[in-house]
Design a protein around this ligand. Structure first.
Ligand SMILES: Nc1ncnc2c1ncn2[C@@H]1O[C@H](COP(=O)(O)OP(=O)(O)OP(=O)(O)O)[C@@H](O)[C@H]1O
Length: 318
């Protein structure tokens, strides 16, 4: 039998109330190593409260949270938090520290060697498109919102924690910056092996970043599954209604060229036309310079997409 690795985060029967208001109600789930779990749901459904219980910024009323098999309540909160990166919308950079000093906060607390901290900070800033020569000595107020967000991400990654929690990390940005940072975020080598839990109320963001999505309402899990499962196999009416307005856009982001065409028809010479490319990405590529390399036309793609949708819906009905 193949060995299934134990989950990195295991949550059982977690509960939290503020006064009479039950904000998180009997929530259980597990996050596997390297997985990105997105907490999604309407405002006030308990996403942030749930996330903050994972690193003990909020203490639960009941239930259990284990990280790498160890009960979080058995660890000192500050020690627990040093092993878990945390990125928030308000970034929270220290205003009187330079960019480099902000990034170095946790490695310093952990007693890493100064030379190693400098090298790591430089490498991270460069990877996040903030060349150290230009930005390391600047102060947060000298940076744009998008740049501050990148520093916040660099800070969370500085000590290379295996787990990262992110609360609306792109929430304060305008839609264009938001989409481009999100794209960079997805491509970032540094994040490939991380176990991440990310809070958002943005459905597109959830579909772009999640391995699995937990859709919450009123503190309860409505459905936990892959984007494809939530879209094509909604567990209840709440789930169906939640995605209704953006259904077509989400279908375009969920189905891939591999779903639409036979493998050999889908693959073109450009990376934009691989079996794993989403229909949405392929449509974008068909309006750009890569279009000439496409092994199909927009009309063929859309006809194939229609058929694939039908197949997908039929498969779930069975
Ligand atoms: N410290 C607190 N004291 C009292 N009520 C609180 C506290 N923190 C959160 N709440 C309430 O708990 C509910 C859930 O809040 P939470 O921040 O977890 O929601 P959310 O899903 O992250 O919402 P949003 O998307 O708007 O940030 C809200 O009704 C909120 O008012």
């Amino acid at each position: 039998m193949p060995q299934i690795p134990p989950p990195v985060i295991q949550v059982s029967h977690l509960r939290k109330a503020f006064g009479a208001h039950a904000v998180v109600q009997d929530v259980s789930f597990a996050v596997a190593a390297g997985e990105t779990l997105v907490l999604l749901g309407p405002s006030g459904c308990g996403k942030t409260t749930l996330l903050k219980m994972l690193n003990r910024l909020i203490e639960p009323d009941g239930g259990r949270i284990e990280i790498n098999g160890q009960d979080v309540l058995s660890q000192r909160p500050e020690v627990l938090r040093r092993g878990i990166g945390y990125v928030i919308q308000q970034v929270g950079l220290l205003p009187h520290y330079t960019v480099a000093e902000n990034v170095a906060v946790v490695p310093r607390l952990l007693g890493h060697a100064p030379a190693a901290i400098v090298a790591r900070t430089k490498a991270l800033l460069t990877r996040l498109h903030l060349p150290a020569a230009r930005y390391a000595g600047q102060y947060p107020h000298q940076l744009s919102g998008g740049q501050q967000q990148r520093v916040g991400l660099a800070r969370a990654l500085a000590a290379d924690p295996p787990i990262i929690l992110l609360d609306e990390p792109f929430g304060a940005l305008d839609p264009v910056t938001r989409a481009s940072i999100r794209h960079e975020f997805r491509e970032l080598e540094e994040l490939r092996s991380k176990t991440m839990v990310l809070v958002t109320h943005d459905v597109t963001e959830a579909f772009e970043l999640a391995d699995r999505i937990m859709l919450l309402d009123a503190g309860q899990i409505q459905q936990l599954g892959t984007p494809r499962e939530l879209l094509f196999r909604p567990a209840n009416d709440f789930v169906r209604r939640f995605f209704a307005a953006e259904r077509l856009a989400l279908q375009l982001r969920t189905l891939t060229l591999g779903d639409v065409f036979e493998a050999n028809e889908a693959e073109g010479p450009k990376a934009a036309f691989r079996a794993g490319t989403t229909v949405h990405e392929a449509l974008e590529a068909l309006t750009g310079p890569a279009a000439a390399a496409a092994p199909f036309t927009v009309a063929q793609l859309m006809a194939g997409f229609g058929e694939a949708l039908q197949r997908e819906e039929d498969a779930w009905k069975r």
